[in-house]
Design a protein around this ligand. Structure first.
Ligand SMILES: [Zn+2]
Length: 264
């Protein structure tokens, strides 16, 4: 390679890292709440330190997807209360997986608000360890940065009320749709399908600078297996939007473009 090309590549990599770092640090301190209202489902996404918590109202029931990092519960409670969303009204807490940034306050919410907790059966060990994932595979600069700068705090283990063993019909809790286990990010991550929406946890992420465009998650050990899971979810009929654990939401069209680009 020509020395000039090498130098330019190094400059471009340095600029990307610097921009990512500035965006990450500036966004980390800025809580956001976004509303998505479609038909009979309302999704209100609260984002704090890049972690999405989705408060979903559907057919007279309230669901909460994920809980944020342990220690952030008070901030999360205040934020929802300020916007007229009562955590006492949440019927089911769906923990997409056992990583600390998603399951960190599950025990606290379950005990304080009496939420029924749903999690994947394959996640039992990770939840029992308080989120101590020995098999974490950071990818690239973002993975390194999240692991080494932001870190993953451990949490108080909790006991799920409903364990999803492969698949769970939401009719059992009076809703239409289903939850399935997918194993590429953690052994018992779950994806929930309700109406035209999929709540996908860390199966896929949005890009840092372009949140509604899909990218591989920063922690993924086997990209081939991950792509199989993404293709499986994308084949689900009637799903138009994916709500991820970080950044997003993304349209099914963008997800399909991502699949095409990375499988050809
Ligand atoms: Zn995760």
């Amino acid at each position: 390679m020509h020395p000039l090309t090498l130098k330019l590549n190094a400059v471009s990599l340095g600029t990307t890292m610097l921009v990512s770092l500035i965006v990450l640090i500036s966004q980390a301190c800025a809580p956001k709440l976004r509303n998505y209202e479609h038909g009979s489902i309302t999704v209100q996404t609260y984002t704090y330190t890049f972690i999405n918590i989705h408060y979903v109202k559907v057919r007279g029931k309230n669901l909460l997807f994920d809980t944020g990092n342990a220690g952030d519960a008070e901030k999360i409670e205040k934020h929802f209360a300020k916007r007229g969303l009562d955590l006492n009204d949440v019927d089911y807490l769906i923990v997409t997986h056992g990583h600390a940034d998603h399951a960190g306050n599950a025990r606290y919410f379950k005990e304080k608000y009496g939420m029924q907790v749903i999690a994947g059966k394959g996640e039992t060990e990770l939840i029992a360890s308080g989120g101590d994932d020995k098999n974490l595979c950071p990818r690239g600069f973002n993975g390194w940065m999240v692991k080494n700068i932001f870190g993953l705090r451990n949490y108080e283990p909790f006991q799920p009320d409903i364990l999803v063993d492969g698949t769970f019909d939401l009719a059992e809790i009076g809703l239409q749709g289903k939850i399935i286990e997918v194993t590429s990010h953690t052994p018992g991550s779950i994806v929930t399908f309700i109406g035209d929406k999929a709540f996908t946890g860390d199966l896929i992420g949005g890009r840092i600078l372009n949140g509604d465009k899909p990218t591989y998650h920063a922690f993924m050990c086997d990209l081939e297996k991950n792509m199989q899971d993404i293709e499986l979810i994308a084949a689900e009929p009637g799903i138009k939007e994916w709500y991820s654990g970080h950044f997003g939401p993304m349209s099914i069209e963008d997800v399909k473009r991502f699949i095409e680009k990375n499988t050809n």
